[in-house]
Design a protein. Sequence first.
Length: 215
Amino acid sequence: MNDDWRLRIDLHDDGLAQQLSELLGGEELEHDLEKSFHDRVVVSVDGAEVFCYTGTRSQAESAEQLVHALADQHGWKLEIELTHWHPTAEQWEDPDAPLPEGEAQAARERDERVAQERAESAEQGYPEFEVRVQCATRAEAGELSDKLEREGIPNLHRWSYLLIGATDEDSAQALAARLRGEVPAGSLVAVEANQRAIYDLRRTSPFAVLGGLAG
């Protein structure tokens, strides 16, 4: 299942959201879902909102019909939004919005995403992404940390780990690709969403020089 389609169901009440989630996972409705869909629908709850993730638009629309039927049965008032995952913009968008045509449009949308991530990093005061390096020993991590500091790349060294912040995913991926060719054998390099708490240990922002790495 691709999980490319999403229903956001706002019931304006945490209790009702939980109740809907339980109903959608119930044996009777699960049977109905299996008859309607080739793949299962994944359901999650966040406060007063319920999210249904599907692999196709027809699955999402079938789930929407079922939710409306349950709402009518129980007298619930709700709002439903159907969205589709945009692979270039990397965000949920209107299902009828066209996908990028050609490399030029895809590049423009990628640039827009990078600009948005950098703006969010600046507004938040901490990086959206981080590169995590795990070395085999503390000594190797320390040597790599010193090397990066000499290059003007701030990093956080903890035992055999290094964390380097990046304002956007492209910059993080570019730095990770470079480091994979430089780190000692046996080291692991990964790009992750920022764990903000670790940066509270520093007084200065560790990502300011990384914003332009990806061009």
